[in-house]
Design a protein around this ligand. Sequence first.
Ligand code: URA
Length: 201
Amino acid sequence: MGLEWLPLQALQHPQDIPETLEQIRADLGECVRCRLHADRTHLVFGEGSPAAKVVLVGEGPGQEEDRLGRPFVGAAGKLLDLIIAAMGRRRHEIYICNVIKCRPPGNRNPHPDEIQECGPFLRRQLRAIRPKAILALGSFAAQFLLSSQQPISKIRNRVHQFEGIPVVPTYHPAYLLRNPIQKRQVWEDVQLLLSLARGKN
Ligand code: URA
């Protein structure tokens, strides 16, 4: 006797069935896994299309993001909006998220134990979306995704991999606000990202 009568899903291991972003968000819940929950107003999970071809990954929420519960809506976000528009994309067509989901007090750098608690949720988000390419904004995103300690200046404008998904590291928009001279480099990195998203690389 064949297995025709078995529902297809019964032949798959549960770990083979990708999670949805909703399931991951529900699992995160009103997270108290690290100390950052104590001062947050809103957890910033991420937003955009679950079918995005391009995902932008930042570091973590700042003051405005914490206030509104949305990624990149402060000053760096305004610059990112210009970059997204120059890419010929709209926010709802891509996906934007961060390594950590809660704002560190005073916008300090995330601590290693905070990244360790929160990072697995970013991994799961990226596995759920499986975009064609990821833009890693700044050193925290790049170091997390590539498990590397190298500075952005050494790894930018090259194609790296996160679980088989191409990753292009570039400067964080907040850094770009302070160093507008680097805009040309970021634009080069974005061109590389777009060529990957179009499948020309
Ligand atoms: N900086 C980040 O890295 N992420 C945000 O969401 C906002 C500012």
